[in-house]
Design a protein around this ligand. Structure first.
Ligand code: ADP
Ligand code: MG
Length: 702
């Protein structure tokens, strides 16, 4: 199909844009081409179709337009308070128009006795409506006042405004461009049959109408079309990547379930797997037996038992003559995985090694050699695993725990370690709402453990205030008397690291005053400690030598101390929902009843109290994730921040979720019928996907 260059025209070709303006548009708004300007959408429209009467102006209406006669103009006040005030009268009443700037000019132009159409943001002063710095336009008293359109409002910058490229001027330029749009220069990308079936507005028309809608209905239809397109294209891209991995990319073949897996399963497994664990294991088993690469996201709430699933998958690799590794985000977590895997594998005589930043040189050398010659089959580690020097003989499976700490690029480096890409299992304990997961990770297969191991006692969560502190401490004392252990967590926010650190130290002293040695022993762990120190303090708590762990969110991820029954979170209002939920997940891991105490100052903001309420009422991480999404929007959801897949210009993952669902289904259906978009009718779509930034690599994806 012919390349249509119209939209790729450099912006300076547009009438009204010279080299100077073009330069500014590029620098300030990243507008280089016609297409870029077209995609600089208005953030709102002003309804210019109606003229209000003064007596009926309402508090809530933020922009309004009225028509009337200027009665009287005067300058009042002095210096900073100096302003020009005009009275405007229509048949229903009188209101004030006020200017603080450009007074001289307004005074010269505004004429008492003359009729004006006045437009501006409505304010109220002493209960009476007024406009500050309104736009005014002379009219004849007999003139029809209705301007029949919705006026687009564009974001711009101070610099552009100063150079005469304010929102108004951008609208003018856009109008010049939009006037030239038609289905030839802006072709439909949906196939005729799909287009008809979905009954969406045409592409060119949608671009026209989103900027200059004829009426509100058309504006809504345009918006729907373009939002759908955003979701649809994003879904197509990801599903294509996924489909291509399934169809084309060669992967390691795990043909059989062998001795290691079976022996472990039948003799070492300390408990019956939950139904969800079995299901996920089966999904992994099926996936790895296909001969194509598995790339699977495993979600499961804190404590749902992901580790054992990972371990069994690793044994599957071993059974098929491959090596496997698991990568954890922190040294402590890697240590803990290592210790538990080592113990549980001892009985079946398999060895496992640990590689972290603090592994000693001699040991590291030995370990790396064993990896390279293939005598070492299982490896646990941190980021250290990604280093160039780490070479496997036959890597078959990579497990990445607590995925959100690793970037996509880091992941990619791991699977480049083998000629045939190893299977990837990405585990995350930060539940993401399903629709969001499908969008952000639509290129991955998706498994979820949606069931907790049986016999877990629910954690009781309470919200307490500063004044309750001594009662809380007394409660902690009784728990310790029963032989339990306690976490006390302080916030650590990067911007105020120093202050937080001081608070932590102060808190530590306070805790020590309540719980003095030698009856009580306290561990403290925070980010400023050397790794070895952190490690020692952590280990003392894990082994039960200390009863209290005072820490920052360093311990947020993954640590497992089943004897700990109280999680006290200081300044809980400073934490996000998912973080609070993660922290809470550190308790309730043993047989005893556990508690989570959220301690805050007496008055906290509305959002913060909402978060506390949700925590007290809700135990499920998935439900919390849903609420988090509503409260904060997708950009802030842990684990999705780096994902460009969530940056939509028009569509919102929070508000347009049914549209997203629809787009996802349509994309799946389309690819079902035409997996490579090879049919003639899908050529425009295929071409469009190829043109996009970061286009789908049609030859190979891994
Ligand atoms: P997470 O999903 O948060 O990584 P873990 O894998 O650390 O959870 O498991 C949490 C705890 O639950 C561990 O102590 C683990 O031994 C235990 N566990 C896992 N699966 C089961 C099960 N099916 N029955 C009983 N306990 C289980
Ligand atoms: Mg875990």
């Amino acid at each position: 199909m012919a390349v249509n260059g119209f939209l790729k025209n450099p912006i300076e070709y547009l009438k009204g844009v010279g080299p100077l303006r073009a330069d500014l548009l590029k620098k300030e708004l990243g507008i280089f081409t016609y297409e870029d300007l077209l995609n600089h959408f208005p953030f709102r429209h002003i309804d210019r179709t109606s003229v209000s009467v003064i007596s009926q102006l309402k508090q809530e209406a933020d922009f309004a337009q009225v028509a009337g006669v200027v009665l009287h103009v005067e300058i009042i006040g002095q210096r900073a308070g100096k302003r020009l005030v005009a009275q405007l009268k229509d048949k229903s009443g009188i209101m004030e128009l006020t200017w603080f700037k450009g007074i001289n000019w307004i005074q010269k132009t505004i004429i008492p006795g003359q009729s004006y159409l006045v437009f501006g943001r409505l304010g109220f002063f002493n209960g009476r409506p007024q406009f500050v710095h309104p736009e005014i336009e002379k009219i004849e008293p007999s003139q029809s006042l209705e301007k029949n359109y919705l006026e687009p409002v564009y974001s711009t910058t101070e610099k552009l405004r100063a150079k005469g490229l304010g929102g108004r001027q951008l609208a003018k330029l856009t109008q010049v461009l939009v006037a030239q749009l038609n289905p030839t220069v802006l072709p439909e990308i949906l196939s005729p049959s799909l287009f008809t079936e979905l009954s969406l507005m045409g592409r060119a028309a949608a671009y026209q109408q989103i900027h200059f809608p004829s009426n509100a209905t058309q504006a809504a239809a345009a918006l729907k079309r373009l939002k759908f397109e955003e979701f649809f294209i994003a879904q197509l891209r990801m599903q294509l990547v996924r489909a291509q991995r399934h169809h084309q990319s060669a992967g390691v073949l795990f043909e059989k379930v062998g001795d290691a897996f079976n022996r472990y399963y039948s003799t070492c497994l300390p408990f019956e797997l939950t139904g969800a664990q079995k299901r996920v294991l089966k999904e992994i088993r099926t996936d790895t037996a296909k001969g194509t690469q598995m790339n699977r996201l495993l979600q499961g709430d804190v404590g749902s038992g992901k580790t054992i699933v990972a371990l069994l998958a690793m044994l599957l690799a071993v059974d098929n003559g491959y090596q496997a590794c698991i990568m954890a985000p922190t040294e402590i977590l890697a240590q803990q995985h290592f210790a538990s895997i080592q113990t549980s594998l001892a009985t079946i005589g398999l060895s496992v090694a640990l590689l972290t930043g603090s592994t000693k040189t001699t040991e590291r050398k030995k370990l790396l050699a064993a990896l390279e010659e293939g005598s070492l089959l299982l490896l646990v580690g941190t980021h250290a695993l990604i280093e160039e020097t780490v070479q496997f003989k036959k890597l078959g499976l990579v497990v990445i725990d607590e995925q959100h700490r690793f970037g996509v690029a880091q992941r990619a480096r791991l699977w480049k370690k083998a000629a045939v890409p190893p299977h990837i299992l990405v585990m995350t304990a930060t539940p993401i709402p399903r629709t969001l997961a499908m969008t952000a990770y639509g290129d991955l297969d998706y498994s979820v453990i949606d069931e907790l191991p049986p016999g877990r006692k629910p954690i009781q969560t309470v919200h307490r205030y500063e004044k309750d502190r001594s009662r809380v401490m007394e409660f902690i004392r009784t728990e310790i008397a029963k032989g339990r252990q306690i976490y006390i967590i302080y916030p650590l926010i990067e911007e105020s690291a120093k202050l937080d650190y001081e608070n932590l130290m102060k808190g530590y002293e306070e805790v020590k005053a309540f719980f003095p040695e030698p009856n009580y022993w306290i561990s403290m762990v925070h980010g400023r400690q050397p790794a070895a120190q952190k490690e020692i303090n952590m280990q003392r708590f894990i082994s039960g030598d200390t009863q209290i762990m005072v820490a920052t969110t360093v311990i947020e991820v993954g640590v497992n101390v089943p004897n700990a029954t109280v999680m006290l979170i200081e300044s809980a209002e400073k934490f996000g929902l998912s973080q609070l939920h993660q922290l809470r997940g550190r308790v309730g891991r043993g047989a005893e009843k556990s508690y989570c105490v959220l301690l805050t100052p007496p008055s906290i903001g509305k959002d913060a109290s909402e978060r506390m309420k949700i925590m007290v009422q809700t135990a499920s991480g998935f439900e919390i994730a849903e609420k988090d999404l509503l409260l904060r929007g997708p950009g802030e959801i842990e684990g999705t921040r780096q994902s460009g897949a969530l940056n939509f210009k028009l569509a919102s993952l929070v508000h347009d979720r049914s549209l997203l669902e629809w787009a996802r289904e349509q994309a799946a259906r389309l690819l079902d019928a035409d997996p490579t978009l090879g049919k003639p009718e899908n050529q425009p779509l295929r071409y469009y996907l190829q043109q996009q930034k970061g286009a789908v690599n049609w030859s190979k994806i891994s």
